[in-house]
Design a protein around this ligand. Sequence first.
Ligand code: ZN
Ligand code: ZN
Length: 377
Amino acid sequence: MKSPRPSRPSSVTTRLRLRPAALAAAIVLGPLALGVSVVVLGAIGLRPAIATCGATALAVWLGAIAAATKRGPRLGLASLAPLLILAPFLSTMRASPLPTPAALETALPRATPPAGMAVHRLPTGLTHRTAAFAYRGGSPLDRRDFAMTAVLVRHPRGDLLIDAGLGRDLDAQIGYMPLWFRATTRYERRRSVAEQLDAAGYDRRALRAVVLTHAHWDHVSGVPELAGTPVWVTPEERRHIDDGGAIMGLTRSFGGVRYEEYTFEGGPYLGFPRSHDVYGDGAIVIVPAPGHTPGSVIVFLTLPTRQRYALVGDLVWQLEGVSQREERPWLQRTLADDDPAAVRDGIARVAAIAARYPEIAIVPAHDARAFAALPQL
Ligand SMILES: [Zn+2]
Ligand SMILES: [Zn+2]
């Protein structure tokens, strides 16, 4: 460090000596704190935290730059360096639509749904998120509470529950999830699927199975309350429950679940290579859509009214994932997706369906807007 000029008083000299180190720390920490608070806290939707951390960090940073400028242009320039580090990370959140998929040539599949068939939504809670969390190009200020909604499909040959939503024991179950996950996830639990079925006077003997779009925590939490009901999964998903790491901890903690594996013996369906027609009438058709997890599926429903739905699970978290062909931001897909490239492939297939057959309602498992048209039980 340079020697202080002899003409200055010693108190000033001390301040000047200390200043570069303090400035350097402030310069580095300011933008880092700002970036991390806005990106991470913003992405998980904690607005008060963003405001507090963001404003504090911004003030520290601006003060540091102002002080640094007095010391010379070099420190001022150095204060921008952390931004250069943050920029690539922030760029992973900007809009970047996937290529327009090739036009879908296949005809709308034949279906003869029975007269008694119907669908109902069973909202079990929500998590507080933002559009920026859900898809590239989404705004961190666009609050999107993720729906945690199961779907009951009534069919004369046996009702199916598509996903099981948040269960009444989630507060205890969540302890099986990793610390980073608990630190970034805030949920509000409402009545569980079992509680809603019972309140509606539903005869649970009519429930043939729970069909999981995939086995993540928010899709299985209500399973233990449906004891005795088989849970249908693909062999890939069944394996993933056992060896999928800490993120599958909650699912793995369940004892006594009756998993029944099914395979895709049927031919191509709306651009997907294989399919499983549950009752052979085309009313409930499951296709493999791996990527988010190895055994993720999409469930296509056709009602007697001819209304069709594609329950796409967590292929995308919000409708813009398909309508704007925007995958999850880098951090989210790294943490949440088993195979991001396969997810992109799935998004392209569903986007092609949406373009060719706009009458098929696309229903991401966490988009409250998509569930609005489904009657509640
Ligand atoms: Zn998931
Ligand atoms: Zn989910």
